[in-house]
Design a protein around this ligand. Sequence first.
Ligand code: C5P
Length: 232
Amino acid sequence: MKLCVALDLPHEKDNISLAKSLKECDVWLKVGLRSFIRDGKNIVSELKNINDKFKIFLDLKLYDIPNTMADAAESIAKLNVEMFNVHASSGKIAMKAVMERLKPLKNPPIVLSVTALTSFDDDEFKSVYNENIAKKTLQFAKDSFESRLDGVVCSVHESLMIKSYTKSDFITLTPGIRPFGDEQKDDQKRVANIQIAHENKCDFIVVGRPIYQAKNPFDAVQKILEGINGLH
Ligand code: C5P
């Protein structure tokens, strides 16, 4: 299981300081919409300049018509990021178009789809998709698998089910992690800790606030990595 640290701080310099403090750590870094819009694509090279072993997950959650998504995917691939994502609700034709466009590339980034945002509770999800979370998430995961994506972003609690209906190596990346058990849930409705993520065979956990709001983010990351290394 890999740790992906969400760089969700309000200023570019804060994200850079956070990345610098994690220079020695074996982590992925997640660059989200706010940072990418505010800081521009150069943020990727700035992070790589801190440590070229940092792997970058560009969390832009693409959702558009197939041709526009494929164009965007091609441009993302040129940014030298290792992973990005699209919304599964953009549909199979759009997801297939993305994968087709990346196919000729030598080292294409990993492509994940977002199933259900972990901030949704049942009622809100139903008001958008007219379906319960578990059923629709599974459908989105199957659509993504059949479109040859590499995996999905999902809740910890859906990871095992998704793998059982797709493949064990179909990647699950799970936000909504509260590793220390005593933090606020914030806007995450469905949370879990490292042990639960491991039991559910999550490949990546994404952690934001419990790290960047900690008194010492480096210590928080070390504690999480120790927790991951101690799992069996
Ligand atoms: O601070 P916290 O640990 O809740 O951060 C979770 C991160 O994961 C945020 O950057 C959020 O945008 C992202 N995310 C999520 N739920 C999804 C997809 C991404 O919380 N389904």
